[in-house]
Design a protein around this ligand. Structure first.
Ligand code: PLP
Length: 358
């Protein structure tokens, strides 16, 4: 295991405050800064004395109703992470193509399942965009699966779904596993999702999460979306009852959150250009990505990123130090897009930092 696995988020579950009484704001975790209107409840509202459904029916219901997917196309998960670990094992993957940098758990899950990894390095000079389709096809020749996030974490870059569809048609004997954990934050959603393409493309599997967009990482909710025959195959390897009764019933309540979804997407959409415009005034700070609810940033102002992180810490701002990702060693960090008020505190702290850290 590399040290990456042990990297800690700056985040803390409980509220904390700076010495002068300001709330510490966590920009290191890419979850929604607002909470969906799922109502209030107590533990008695859930049938905790009974087993939940064996296959996470509440989560299936969410995907069926929200995205018009057949129940047989949905495998409910205890967070997307359960699917990320299930897939290499269940599909018997031997050689997996991964973007670098990307979410570390794909590598760990594939290695645990005994697969080799082939890395496709993303180039900082072209903003960490995917290479062209021929270069991708070339990298894929010796792999049996391509595991990629769209939008990618931590680069915040996105790829038109047509690229994956073209590759999946061209290589029907390879798996295309696309993690759409952050796709609900993009303005094009659901048009840019591959969820409704899996019936036509049996070798495409979508990993989806409900923990980021609905600010529920503590509850653990997600799904794999694939052709029913693929789901059947995956179920042969999956543990039963991994979705608990509370997660099942909250998933159904998410169907009542359309107004929340629209306002969250609108807020992220208007905050992104405002943030990038404000930060473009800082010389030596480069932003990348921003397709979803976070940016990757490179700090090259003479003083080290350590000094910036310490300064931001004194101002009650936590960001994600990304120097432990291959390719991001030279002073990269990531920050989430939060509410306008919170973003203002971040922007003020960044501008103050540039004045103080010479
Ligand atoms: C790209 C990506 N996919 C999946 C996950 C895990 O999602 P979940 O909370 O649904 O397990 C994360 C969490 O950080 C992530 O960054």
């Amino acid at each position: 295991m590399t040290s990456l696995y042990y990297h800690k988020h700056g985040g803390a579950a409980k509220k904390s405050y700076t010495d002068d009484g300001r709330e510490v704001l966590d920009f290191s975790v890419n979850v929604s800064p607002i909470f969906p209107p799922i109502g209030t409840f107590s533990l008695e509202d859930f049938a905790l004395q009974a087993y939940p459904s064996i296959d996470g029916r509440g989560i299936k219901e969410y995907y069926q109703e929200k995205f018009d997917l057949a129940s047989s196309m949905v495998l409910s998960l205890n967070g997307a992470i359960e699917g990320i670990y299930l897939l290499p094992r269940a599909l018997g993957l031997r050689r997996v193509l991964l973007l670098s940098p990307s979410f570390y758990e794909y590598e760990r899950a594939a290695r645990i399942a005994g697969a080799e990894i082939v890395f496709l390095p993303l180039d900082a000079d072209n903003g960490f965009q995917l290479p062209g389709i021929e270069a991708l096809a070339d990298s894929l020749r010796h792999a049996d699966a391509f595991f990629a996030a769209n939008p990618n974490n931590p680069t915040g870059t996105e790829v038109p779904p047509e690229i994956f569809m073209a590759l999946a048609s061209r290589f029907p004997d390879k798996w295309f596993i696309i993690d759409e954990a952050f796709i609900q934050f993009t303005p094009e959603f659901p048009d840019n999702s591959l969820m409704d393409k899996v019936m036509a493309l049996k070798n495409v599997i979508v990993v989806h999460s409900l923990t980021k967009f609905y600010a529920l990482p503590g509850l653990r909710l997600g799904a794999l979306i694939a052709h029913p025959e693929v789901i059947k195959r995956l179920l042969e390897f999956k543990e039963p009852w991994t979705v608990n009764a509370i997660a099942e019933s909250v998933a159904v309540r998410l169907l009542q959150c359309s107004a929340y979804e629209e306002s969250l997407r609108a807020m992220i959409l208007s905050e992104r250009p405002r943030i990038s415009a404000a930060l473009s005034l800082i010389e030596g700070l480069e932003l990348a990505g921003g397709a979803a609810n976070f940016f990757l940033a490179q700090w090259q102002r003479g003083c080290s990123l350590d000094e910036l992180l310490v300064y931001l810490g004194t101002q009650g701002i936590l960001v994600r130090d990304c120097r432990n990702f291959p390719g991001l060693e030279v002073e990269y960090f990531r920050f989430a897009v939060r509410t306008p008020f919170e973003n203002n505190r971040f922007l003020d702290a960044m501008h103050e930092a540039t004045d103080s850290l010479k």
